[in-house]
Write a protein that binds this ligand. Structure first.
Ligand code: SF4
Length: 401
């Protein structure tokens, strides 16, 4: 994917991160937790099975448990949380004349592109943090409190298909105050799928030989809509599912039938009905774009008013995170299509297919956050963007030069 085009310094940082994670797992001076992105569970499947529909999730959790993580959480939980926040933001913009088109904000490759090359679009971005940063913030507040711990007592390792996620985790705004008043990062380390495979090999763990295991509670349940974040179009599909139910659309698109935004095409589009607060049904023009070159082409057309859309999902890697820069690379071009199909099959077979029906999501609002877009939700789950069009170096490049 595009996100692999980071400077070589990234490679050095990555090696230290794996070593640091091993050190934390071995010494256990702090509570060491991890969270795993949607696309992770389909990628290693290629390494361990030849079956096209092999769901690696249970084995992956078993492997992580064996590595020594104290708690294993699912970034699919926070993908659901993202939909609650972002869906509410979209409906709010519709009802109150907010800025359009609205762009998704979970891909740091895309956020970097806006900040560096299209700063004028900053207000069009959803203010939602990405699922990685949302679960980071929730682990170091909600979950820390449950354990009677403070932010700095927990080491959180985020496992991602993506090298750009390392830079995202180091953004200075993604911190919380510890007992001593100092800022501590919400995410301590980001390791890629490839680095996870390295860790497993170093520890001689073959997850395929282990019995299936389950994520820990309370941040371990994710809907299959949240899981779709791993493929291009998945964020849009998940958001529309929930927004249609929440706004009370008479005939919502049946689950799995929003086919126009599925598949590996670089630019996809669909019109979807949503209801405004005065009971009117409006047709929202949705677009889904993946791949850096496609994004540039598409934005030119938006600027020239050749194309007009209301809600747009952007992913920097062609095909989305299943094809991310941190995933194992295969020479077989059909592998990406297979991984994508596996995500759709997981959705077909899932019992929980709507973000807002996730019982842990219902709990986190009831017991902690209040309502979507509440004051506390804004503090923990939303962010702002900077104009970096005049800075030469990328984030995180300063440290080791
Ligand atoms: Fe990372 Fe996914 Fe964006 Fe690629 S598409 S840069 S893997 S978040």
């Amino acid at each position: 994917g595009q996100c692999s085009q980071v400077c070589p310094v990234g490679a050095i940082t990555a090696r230290t991160e794996v070593v640091d994670v091993l050190r934390h797992l071995d010494t256990k001076r702090k509570v060491v937790v991890c969270s795993t992105a949607p696309a992770i569970r389909v990628a290693p499947a290629e390494e361990f099975s030849t079956e096209a529909d092999f769901d690696f999730t249970g084995k992956m959790v078993a492997g992580l448990r064996k590595l020594g993580f104290d708690y294993i959480f699912d970034t699919n939980f926070s993908a659901d949380l993202t939909i609650m926040e972002e869906g509410t933001e979209l409906i709010d913009r519709l009802n109150n004349g907010g800025k359009f088109p609205m762009f998704t904000s979970c891909c740091p490759g895309w956020i970097n592109m806006v900040e560096k090359s299209y700063p004028e679009l900053s207000d069009n971005l959803s203010s939602c943090k990405s699922p990685q940063q949302m679960i980071g913030a929730v682990i170091k507040s909600y979950f820390a409190k449950k354990l009677g711990l403070s932010t700095e007592d927990i080491i959180h390792v985020s496992i991602m298909p993506c090298t750009a996620k390392k830079g995202e985790a180091r953004r200075p705004e993604f911190v919380q105050k510890g007992k001593d008043g100092k800022d501590y990062p919400d995410i301590d380390y980001v390791i890629t799928t490839r680095e996870l495979l390295t860790l497993l090999k170093l520890k001689k763990i073959n997850p395929a030989e282990l019995p299936d295991d389950k994520f820990d509670s309370p941040l371990g349940i994710g809907s299959s809509a949240g899981n779709l974040f791993g493929v291009t179009g998945g964020v849009m599909e998940a958001a529309i599912r929930t927004a249609q139910v929440i706004t009370g659309v008479e005939n919502p698109i049946p689950l799995g039938e929003l086919k126009a935004i599925r598949g590996l095409d670089g630019i996809k589009a669909a019109n979807v009905p949503l209801k405004t607060k005065d009971g009117k049904e409006v047709s929202v023009r949705a677009a889904v774009v993946s791949g850096g070159a496609n994004i540039q082409k598409f934005l030119e057309k938006i600027k020239n008013k050749e194309l007009e859309f209301d809600f747009i999902e952007m992913m920097m890697c062609p095909g989305g995170c299943i094809n991310g820069g941190g995933q194992p690379k295969s020479a077989d071009p059909e592998i990406v299509a297979k991984k994508m199909q596996r995500m759709y099959t997981m959705d077909d077979q899932a019992k929980l297919r709507l973000c807002h029906e996730n019982p842990e999501i219902i709990d986190v609002y009831k017991n902690f956050l209040g309502e979507p877009n509440s004051h506390l939700a804004h503090e923990l789950l939303h962010t702002h963007y900077n104009d970096r069009s005049k800075t030469i170096h990328d984030m995180g490049h300063h440290e080791k030069k």
